[in-house]
Design a protein around this ligand. Structure first.
Ligand SMILES: [Zn+2]
Length: 221
């Protein structure tokens, strides 16, 4: 063990001078530990996989455009491949960036999924599958997931009620579509509105004060 005659202290690690008085040390270092801990410069595996996936997605885009160009028959189907990959990429990037708050992430993914589905539906002939199936099914899945996650993760009402309320509001939107006569298949929307009503009743019965306080806090009233 290294020793400083002036400070009367033992010094661990590999040192030439005393860290306190900068005088020469006596004795020999017994451990071969460096003065400062080594910082591993390993590249994060997740980051590397992310980059690989980026490369694979770009390659898929390039290949599809090439095949489309070589075998061109009046349809630009490669645009759909690129748009599909872009949608998947957007959902994945948001998932990775917002993974710290799972409940908030669920809510964001719900809005983006519904928005993208509506765009896809609109640009592929407006068959209304986005409002007949995607919106109600996603809303039900999101409400149930938030309820289960908040129970498993033992979240405080302030951490999930605002998101549950926002998803709940979206769950009542199929009523508007029904009134506009846009729905040919009504069952998923009816189940969604029913679930939203049940969740709203649950919030009013059990978490009324917390929900009201949270809304007041968020709206600065
Ligand atoms: Zn010293």
């Amino acid at each position: 063990m290294l020793y400083c005659e002036y400070c009367k202290v033992k010094v661990a690690g590999l040192h030439k001078k005393c860290p306190l008085c900068h005088c020469n040390l006596s004795g020999e270092s017994q451990d071969d530990l460096p003065q400062y801990p080594m910082i591993k410069s390993e590249i994060s595996k997740v980051y590397f996989i992310f980059k690989l996936m980026k490369l694979a997605a770009i390659s898929a885009c390039v290949v599809s455009v090439l095949i489309n160009y070589i075998s061109y028959k009046q349809t630009m189907w490669s645009a759909f491949v690129i748009a599909g990959l872009a949608c998947g990429w957007l959902l994945m990037t948001i998932g990775i960036k917002r993974k710290a708050n799972l409940i908030k992430l669920l809510q964001w993914e719900l809005y983006i999924t519904c928005g993208l589905a509506a765009l896809w539906d609109y640009f592929t002939g407006w068959h209304r599958w986005s409002i007949e199936f995607v919106l109600p099914c996603s809303c039900i899945a999101c409400m149930v997931s938030i309820a289960i996650l908040s129970a498993i993760l033992k979240k405080q009402p302030s951490e999930y009620l605002i998101y549950l309320n926002l998803v709940n509001i979206l769950g009542f939107v199929p009523i508007v579509f029904f009134m506009l006569g846009w729905l040919q298949i009504e069952l998923p929307s009816a189940i969604c509105v029913g679930c939203s009503f049940l969740f709203l009743t649950g919030i009013v019965l059990f978490k009324r004060h917390a929900a009201y306080g949270e809304i007041k806090k968020r709206l600065h009233v």
